[in-house]
Design a protein around this ligand. Structure first.
Ligand SMILES: Cc1cc2nc3c(=O)[nH]c(=O)nc-3n(C[C@H](O)[C@H](O)[C@H](O)COP(=O)(O)O)c2cc1C
Length: 270
């Protein structure tokens, strides 16, 4: 990405800082709505512990999430800061106090109802959809309890981009795939700028697909660049993209090996 001029940087920064969710005033006092709209990924946590009852309530929100045919195709691998360090040899990313690794799980159900044909891509899609819904339920439940979070798929080798590493470290059987980690903690600062979100009329249309406008997409990407530079002044956006590029190649190979396992293997292993 080409360097940004100072006026563009400042213009973008103002847009980011002043952006707010668009809600009619008559609805904006709804507590749940405010929780959803004000949620932000938080990457700075205090030393305050998350009590067991709070943490188990967050997990309960994951347990009761909706899923295709109520198959509940997820598993949750949970950690305190101590158990994470014991297993991974480093602190939870961003010094979170608890972490949940969300696993798409098409292994467990096969123990009692192995009547669907083995169709890896369908099974994988279904499990990813459902596990992600459970993740979001937990994320919102955490917010409602004053606990903030960030979901991770790259930072700290914590998600699908490090699928093979997590498969080995967590001893995952065939049919169980790491998706992301939710890092949880109490926030250090109260300030929460909203990262640039695409306008509703670019992502939403009545019926048939509508292409987004190139100029608006460019403007959004330019704001993304500004947001990154504002948060990481000494880091390179391009280097970060390059890191993703290299990890994506490896993850594609690893996930192919995991998703397209041979028929019959999943119900006998693990
Ligand atoms: C599945 C998933 C994976 C993510 N992985 C990372 C990550 O590895 N590192 C990180 O700092 N943020 C990660 N994020 C957080 C996103 O960067 C963040 O959601 C996005 O910038 C929008 O910001 P917001 O959550 O405050 O709206 C991830 C988010 C999701 C949903």
């Amino acid at each position: 990405m080409a360097k940004q001029t100072l006026p563009t940087f400042i213009r973008n920064l103002v847009k980011i800082i002043t952006a707010r969710p668009q809600v009619p005033p008559s609805l904006e006092n709804n507590q749940l709505l405010r929780t959803i709209l004000n949620r932000r990924s938080i990457r700075h946590f205090t030393h305050r512990e998350i009590q067991d009852d709070v943490f188990s309530t967050i997990l309960e929100a994951g347990r009761v999430a909706p899923s295709t045919v109520n198959l509940q195709t997820w598993s949750l691998s949970t950690f305190t800061d101590q158990t994470w360090k014991e297993l991974f040899g480093q602190p939870i990313p961003f010094h979170g106090k608890r972490a949940i690794i969300i696993l798409a799980d098409i292994h467990r159900g096969k123990k009692v109802m192995d009547f669907f044909p083995h169709r890896p891509l369908v099974e994988y899609t279904l499990a990813v959809i459902n596990a992600s819904l459970a993740a979001m339920n937990m994320n919102i439940a955490a917010e409602a309890l004053g606990v903030n979070s960030v979901m991770l798929s790259e930072t700290g080798r914590s998600g699908f981009l490090d699928a093979q590493y997590l498969k080995e470290t967590l001893a995952l059987p065939e049919g169980v795939f790491p998706l992301m980690t939710i890092v949880l903690g109490y926030p250090k600062s109260g300030y929460r700028a909203m990262p640039p979100k695409l306008p509703l009329d670019q992502i939403c249309f009545a019926g048939k697909y509508k292409e987004a406008e190139p100029g608006i997409m460019q403007d959004w990407f330019s704001q993304m660049f500004t947001g990154y530079k504002a948060e990481h002044p000494f880091s390179s956006f391009d280097a970060q993209l390059e890191l993703y590029r290299s990890k994506i190649d490896q993850a594609e190979k690893d996930l192919n090996g995991m998703v397209f396992y041979s028929e019959g293997k999943s119900s006998t292993e693990g």
